[in-house]
Design a protein around this ligand. Structure first.
Ligand code: GLN
Length: 497
C-alpha cells in the first residue's frame, strides 16, 4: 500500500479496502520505523488519527473529494495548528502557531490528513539539510549522502515512502534540488501561485510553496488543492483557478499516438551543459532527452547568458530579504529568549546569538551589509538590475522553445559533511536552479536516472529539470507525465523500501 500513488490510494479508500485511519496508521508506523533518517521534526499520532477519523466520517457520508483521507507531510516552514512550527531553528523550537498556513488550511479543507512536520535547513537556508537545528536528514538511497535541501525532510519522507506526498518550499531550488537528490517529483509553481501566508518567510520575493510527490500526476492533484488567490498574501496572483491535470495524457499538438509530444520544442540552454556539470548527471540527462525525442519532441539550443551571475545575484537578494524578515525574531515577539541578560539590547543580542545557527547568522550579516548606506547601490541595486536581465533572457529563450530542460544540480547528492564547512561550495551547487527562482518561473524536477553504474554513486538519483514560462504549470506537468508514462524512474524506490 505504501508504494501506491495518490490516485491508487483514493481508489483503495473508495473501495473500502482500508480506512483513512488505517492508512494513516500505516504511514505513522513507517515513520516510526525509519527514525534513523531524521526526516520528521514532529509527529503526533493523536492529532493525525483524529484528522483521519474525521475523513472517514466524510467518506462514510459519501462527501468525498479527490484528496479526502489521503495523508501528507508538511515541511516545518508551514505553520500548523497543533504541531510545533520550527522552520528548523532553535529560535522557534517550541513555537506553536495559533493559525494554519493557507497551504495547510486548503489541504485540510480538502480532507487531507497531516502525518507530521518534516525536517529542513534552518529558515530554508541551505542545499543539504545539514543546517537544521534538529540535525541532518539522511538520503534513503544512500545513508552516507545528503537528501538535498532545504526541503530535505519532505524529500526523504516521500522517497522512503513514509508519506505518499509532502509540501515543500523553493526560494532558490529547495523543492527541485532535494527532489532530484532523492528520486522524487517536485514542482515549484510560478511565483505567486501558492499563498505565502503562514509560510515562515525567508526571502519574500522568491519564496514559493509547492508539492513533492512520486509523480507529476500526483503533483498536479495537490497543486489543484493548494494553488489559488489568497487576499492575505500581498503578492498572491489574482487569476482564475485552473485544473492542473487537464493536459495529462494528451498529445502536445500532433495526431500520432506513438509520438504524444510531437510539436514540442525543448530548449537546451548551452550554459546548463558546460563546465562544472558532472559526466554522470550529463549522461542521465542525455538519455532522458533521447527519450523525449522518441516521444516526438525536438531539441533546440538556447542561451541564458547570465546563468553564472545568478549565484552572486541570488546570494545578495535572498540574504537582504532574509535580514529584514528575520529581524522579527528578537526574543520579544516570537521564539527563543535568552535566560540571562543585563538590559533590553543585551536581551536582543543574546536571544539572537543563541537562537540562530551559523548559516542564518552569515546571511543576516551579508544581508545587512548589502543593504547598508554606501553599499546598497553597489550591491543590492545592481543585483536587482541583473535579476531583471536574467528574467528577460528567459523570455528571449522562450521565443524559440516551449519548455526548457537541463540538470537540476551539477552532481548527484554529495556526502554528508562534504560541503558543510564550505558555504561557497554549497552555493555554487545551486547554479541551475537560482535563475528560475529569480525570474519567478515555474520549474520542476523529474527523476531520470542514477549516478554512474558501478561507481559509489550508482544508487544516487539524478533529476531532470523542466522549466516553463509563467503560468505554464499544467503544460510542464503534461511534459513530465508523458515521460513518466514512458519510463519507470519515478516508480523505483531505495533498497528495502
Ligand atoms: N540553496 C538555496 C539557499 O540556501 C535555496 C534554498 C531554498 O530554496 N530555500 O538559499
Amino acid at each position: 500500500m505504501h508504494q501506491k500513488s495518490l490516485t491508487e490510494l483514493r481508489a483503495a479508500l473508495d473501495a473500502k479496502t482500508l480506512s483513512a485511519v488505517e492508512l494513516a496508521q500505516l504511514f505513522l508506523q513507517r515513520i516510526e520505523a525509519a527514525k534513523n533518517l531524521n526526516a520528521f521534526i514532529s509527529v503526533d499520532h493523536d492529532l493525525t488519527l483524529a484528522q483521519a477519523k474525521a475523513a472517514d466520517t466524510l467518506i462514510a457520508k459519501g462527501e468525498t473529494g479527490v484528496l479526502t483521507g489521503l495523508p501528507i507531510a508538511h515541511k516545518d516552514v508551514f505553520v500548523t495548528r497543533g504541531w510545533t512550527s520550527t522552520a528548523g531553528s532553535k529560535m522557534l523550537a517550541n513555537y506553536t502557531s495559533p493559525f494554519d498556513a493557507t497551504v495547510v488550511d486548503r489541504l485540510k479543507n480538502a480532507g487531507v490528513v497531516t502525518l507530521g512536520k518534516t525536517n529542513m535547513d534552518e529558515f530554508a537556508m541551505g542545499s543539504s539539510n545539514e543546517n537544521s537545528y534538529f540535525g541532518p536528514v539522511k538520503n534513503p538511497w544512500d545513508l552516507k549522502a545528503v537528501p538535498g535541501g532545504s526541503s530535505g525532510g519532505s524529500a526523504a519522507a516521500v522517497a522512503a515512502r513514509l508519506a505518499p506526498a509532502a509540501t515543500g518550499t523553493d526560494t532558490g531550488g529547495s523543492i527541485r534540488q532535494p527532489a532530484s537528490f532523492t528520486g522524487i517529483t517536485g514542482i515549484k509553481p510560478t511565483y505567486g501561485r501558492v499563498s505565502r501566508y503562514g509560510m515562515i518567510a525567508f526571502a519574500s520575493s522568491l519564496d514559493q510553496g509547492g508539492p513533492m510527490a512520486r509523480s507529476a500526476a500526483d503533483c498536479a492533484l495537490l497543486l489543484n488543492a493548494i494553488a489559488s488567490f489568497d487576499p492575505r498574501d500581498s503578492t498572491s496572483l489574482q487569476r482564475e483557478d485552473e485544473d492542473y491535470t487537464r493536459y495529462l495524457g494528451q498529445r502536445w499538438s500532433g495526431d500520432d499516438a506513438a509520438k504524444p509530444l510531437a510539436g514540442l520544442r525543448i530548449g537546451l540552454p548551452k550554459e546548463f551543459f558546460g563546465e562544472g556539470l558532472s559526466a554522470e548527471v550529463r549522461s542521465a540527462i542525455d538519455v532522458a532527452l533521447k527519450q523525449y525525442e522518441a516521444l516526438g519532441a525536438t531539441l533546440v539550443e538556447v542561451s541564458l547568458p547570465k546563468t553564472e551571475l545568478s549565484i552572486p545575484v541570488y546570494y545578495i537578494i535572498a540574504p537582504a530579504e532574509a535580514s529584514s524578515n528575520l529581524s522579527r525574531f528578537d526574543g520579544v515577539r516570537y521564539g527563543h529568549r535568552a535566560a540571562e541578560y543585563t538590559d533590553l539590547l543585551d536581551m536582543y543580542k543574546k536571544s539572537r546569538a543563541e537562537g540562530f545557527g551559523p548559516e542564518v547568522k552569515r546571511r543576516i550579516l551579508v544581508g545587512a551589509y548589502v543593504l547598508s548606506h554606501g553599499y546598497y547601490d553597489a550591491y543590492y541595486l545592481q543585483a536587482q538590475k541583473i535579476r531583471r536581465i536574467i528574467a528577460q533572457d528567459f523570455q528571449e529563450a522562450f521565443n524559440h522553445c516551449d519548455v526548457i530542460m537541463g540538470p537540476v544540480a551539477p552532481s548527484v547528492a554529495w556526502n554528508l559533511g562534504e560541503k558543510a564547512d564550505d558555504p561557497v561550495q554549497m552555493y555554487l551547487a545551486d547554479i541551475y536552479t537560482l535563475s528560475i527562482s529569480l525570474a519567478g518561473l515555474p520549474g520542476m524536477s523529474v527523476p531520470c536516472g542514477f549516478g554512474a553504474a558501478g561507481s559509489a554513486h550508482s544508487t544516487r538519483p539524478v533529476g531532470l529539470q523542466i522549466i516553463g514560462n509563467y503560468f505554464n504549470e499544467a503544460r510542464l506537468l503534461q511534459v513530465a507525465d508523458a515521460f513518466q508514462r514512458a519510463s519507470d524512474w519515478h516508480l523505483q524506490s531505495p533498497a528495502g523500501v
